[in-house]
Write a protein that binds this ligand. Structure first.
Ligand code: FMN
Length: 392
């Protein structure tokens, strides 16, 4: 496999076009459940405008049922442009219905489809990263969503993994089908379901997919610094990068990448005082997200605080006190305890963060791997007799 070596750190990087949408800086905030709601997206976007900031996955069935939690996840900050949603589902009829809702209510400008989720409760129903194994269902689902979104000027993209494991790889077929069925781009997280978040994203696979498709490929996995983003572009020839765990507690990574892609060596590297100000702001945005419920906001903030403080010399009692916060006042008091002048711990910040483990076992529907098409019985057991009825 030829690896391109055309991009140096000082080369400016071209934008990407997704149907009618221009993405001037080809960087995507990769959807993360429980993380990429609008408060976090807003922080990322304000550091690095002109990228693509995708909401966390929304279960199609919950959306069509008008589930309030699902609807909350569909909210955007007024400044978000384009507004980008990710849908998840197994039953093409239900996902099409959710896409129809998005279109009719002008809920988003871009729809991403989740074919990458490795969690057992999703894959054991044939969803997420298990689904591309069934070529017919995968093609039907993409086709039906594109047929609803494309006429409304809403580009559809697909997020995939390498496969279920290395004996059951799906990414080349899935990429080709996504392209043939009208997707505007594909994002490849270059791990298998079995690899979960362990080991390394195999960027060579991103290069392979990039070479096999005409539509843009966003490379994903293990970008922890702006230099990693440049390296991925250089080593794989991908059109853009998608950032997941690397920006947890570091929304300014989008500024760093934007600078690197523009050929600038400037990096943000905030002091602890500046990070404290981001924590306080994030807490307020989350309070707005939860309709004024400070307690829900500061509970949601806990995981972010752990990420924000990673690598900083902050004592156990202050960290604990953040974890026990119940209000904005508590958060502000704890922020006040931080030593504002402590410099950014650069050496630690660019190391892996968040989930890093392998799957214990891949859970799939019974007999899933026996064939690349879903049998009539398989359809019935997954979708029920009624094609619009999904079992979840
Ligand atoms: C906490 C968490 C939640 C995630 N939720 C989603 C999701 O809702 N949809 C999705 O497509 N991927 C999801 N992912 C996968 C990420 O988008 C990304 O593909 C993966 O973390 C690899 O990229 P990274 O190495 O930059 O983290 C999630 C990952 C994490 C760590």
């Amino acid at each position: 496999m030829a690896i391109t070596d055309s991009l140096s750190v000082t080369d400016a990087v071209a934008g990407v076009k997704l149907g009618p949408i221009d993405v001037p800086v080809p960087v995507m905030l990769s959807p993360m459940a429980g993380v990429t709601n609008w408060p976090f997206r807003l922080l990322c976007e304000q550091y690095g405008p002109q990228g693509l900031y995708v909401a966390e996955m929304i279960t199609a069935r919950a959306l069509v049922a008008n589930n309030p939690k699902a609807l909350r996840l569909c909210r955007f900050a007024p400044s978000e442009d384009p507004r980008s949603l990710q849908l998840y589902g197994v039953n093409p009829g239900i996902v099409e219905q959710a896409a129809r809702m998005v279109v009719d209510n002008r809920m988003a400008d871009h729809v991403d489809l989740n074919f990458g989720c490795p969690v057992p409760k999703v894959t054991r129903r044939g969803g997420g990263s298990a689904l591309p194994w069934k070529l017919d269902v995968f093609a039907e689902l993409v086709r039906r969503v594109v047929s609803v979104c494309e006429p409304a000027g809403i580009p559809v993209t697909a997020k995939i993994r390498v496969g279920i494991d290395h004996e059951h790889e799906t990414f080349l077929d899935a990429g080709r089908i996504a392209q043939d069925e009208g997707c505007a781009a594909v994002t490849l997280h270059a791990r298998t379901t079995a690899e979960y978040y362990g080991g390394h994203s195999d960027w060579q696979r991103i290069a392979e997919l990039t070479q096999s498709l005409d539509i843009p490929v966003f490379g994903n996995g293990d970008i922890w610094s702006a230099q990693d983003a440049v390296n991925m572009m250089r080593q794989t020839g991908c059109a853009g990068v998608a950032i997941g765990r690397g920006c947890q507690g570091r929304p300014w990574l989008f500024a760093d990448i934007r600078n690197a892609f523009a050929g600038s060596p400037e990096r943000v590297n905030p002091t602890l005082g500046e990070v404290g100000a981001v924590i306080a702001r994030h807490a307020r945005l989350l309070t707005e997200f939860y309709d004024g419920d400070e307690q829900m906001a500061v509970h949601d903030l806990r995981k972010h605080v752990a990420w924000y403080l990673k690598g900083f010399p902050v004592g156990g009692s202050v960290r604990r006190s953040f974890m026990e916060s119940e209000s904005l006042e508590d958060i502000d008091r704890n922020v006040g305890q931080l030593d504002a002048d402590v410099p950014f711990p650069e050496a630690i910040a660019d190391k892996p963060r968040g989930r890093v483990r392998y799957a214990k076992k891949v859970h799939l529907p019974y007999g899933w791997l026996d064939s690349r098409e879903l049998s009539v019985e398989g359809r019935e057991s997954l979708f029920g007799d009624d094609p619009m009825d999904a079992s979840y």
